[in-house]
Design a protein around this ligand. Structure first.
Ligand code: ADP
Ligand code: MG
Length: 367
């Protein structure tokens, strides 16, 4: 990679019997927004702590710009962290909170003044220097925590679930602001969340994690459209996941029917799982349909009807429909070949990437 800033090779972390991280390998490029996404306990914070130098890896190497930093103390790394609980000093005002680290390093007063004001400006808190922390809203406290980290001019900023304490509306606003801040600063962000919507909205690259492992790395569209396995498909967005069989390249069988699809490179008759996203399913008349389901519940969500239904063998189907239907009614579902995404059981990320590469080639055209 051209501008690698951070590299993890074979990183493990053991806490007694717990393997918090198993064989973590990744490279981060300068100036990109990365997100570690996964359920609670999957090892996200542990990766950040190892990166920041707050804890040691049990095995493996951590490099910063090509130099091994396993033994470099936290305060010598060009990495700063914004913690989940902000960890602000309640007895200091906004200015002194942001200035704290610089003051510790005995930075000249004038320099501190300039840097703190600039950091406050960047997080849109100009004029708030004299405020007490207790006088700030949750969103403003969040901004102070970010200012306190960026005032040190880190090359990598780590953010551990920084938005989880905010209400939904403020959260969305802060997502946009953080993304803009990252682009203005041009530094690498490593952002941690368990919220898939947040990850999709903010990131250049997402690492989907589970149980101490990275299951899939990719940009938001790839992760959403081409999840590697059941866990990722289920975790990222809403999915219908149905068992099927790959008949041949571009031909899959589900529920006894054969459908054209966009996937290839599997064994003939290989058992597979098939993902169909609720927004790709279109309600249609029984004659035009590819599958028939019976409607169990229907909830109006403003932009769509959220329909839960089941097929003849009892699989549940979630449909996001712009058209209304009736509970108890039999309806047809229509979908296009490219709406079908086929997943193999137990395929490694390397094999998965290589297989997609082999038939998608470089036709990465935008429509
Ligand atoms: N200091 C610790 N001592 C023992 N186990 C820990 C410690 N920190 C984390 N763990 C364990 O390591 C695993 C990963 O934790 P963590 O990285 O905090 O997950 P996440 O941030 O994704 O919720 C969990 O099983 C957790 O219980
Ligand atoms: Mg955590």
């Amino acid at each position: 990679m051209a501008n690698t800033i951070i590299k993890f090779s074979g990183v493990n972390k053991r806490y007694g019997e717990t393997m918090a991280l198993k064989q973590i390998d990744f490279e981060l490029e300068q100036g990109k927004f990365y997100t570690l996404l996964g359920p609670s306990g999957c090892g996200k914070t542990t990766i950040l702590r190892i990166l920041a130098g707050f804890t040691d890896a049990s095995a493996g190497t951590i490099e910063f710009k090509g130099k091994k930093i396993n033994d470099l103390p936290a305060n010598k790394r060009k990495v700063n962290t914004v913690f989940q609980d902000y960890a602000l000093f309640p007895h200091l005002n906004v200015f002194d909170n942001v200035a704290f680290g610089l003051a510790l390093k005995k930075t000249a007063k004038k320099v501190i003044q300039e840097k703190v004001l600039e950091a406050l400006r960047l997080v849109q808190l100009s004029g708030f220097g004299d405020r007490e922390i207790s006088e700030l809203s949750g969103g403003q406290q969040q901004r102070v925590a970010i200012a306190r980290a960026i005032v040190n001019e880190p090359e990598v900023l780590l953010l551990d679930e920084p938005l989880s304490a905010l209400d939904a509306k403020l959260r969305t606003q802060m997502q946009v602001e953080l993304r803009q801040l990252q682009q203005r600063l041009g530094i690498t962000f490593v952002f941690v969340t368990h919220d898939q919507g947040e990850a999709l909205a903010m990131s250049d690259e997402i690492f989907v994690m589970n149980d101490g492992e990275i299951l899939q790395q990719g940009d938001p569209v790839d992760i959403y459209d081409e999840p590697i396995n059941h866990f990722v498909a289920d975790f990222i967005g809403e999915s219908n996941i149905i068992k099927g069989r790959m008949i041949a390249d571009y031909q899959v069988e589900i529920l006894g029917h054969q459908f054209e699809c966009a996937d290839a490179g599997m064994r003939p008759n290989e058992p597979v799982e098939v993902v169909l996203r609720p927004e790709d399913l279109v309600l249609t008349s029984l004659e035009k349909s590819k599958l028939t389901v019976t409607v169990d519940t229907q909830v109006f969500r403003g932009d769509i009807y959220e329909i839960m239904s089941h097929d003849a063998v009892g699989n549940e189907w979630l449909i996001h429909s712009v058209r209304k239907s009736e509970v108890g009614q039999q309806v047809g579902i229509y979908f296009e070949p490219e709406d079908i995404h086929v997943m193999r059981f137990g395929e490694s990320e390397e094999d998965f990437d290589a297989r997609l590469e082999s038939y998608e080639g470089d036709d990465d055209e935008e429509v």
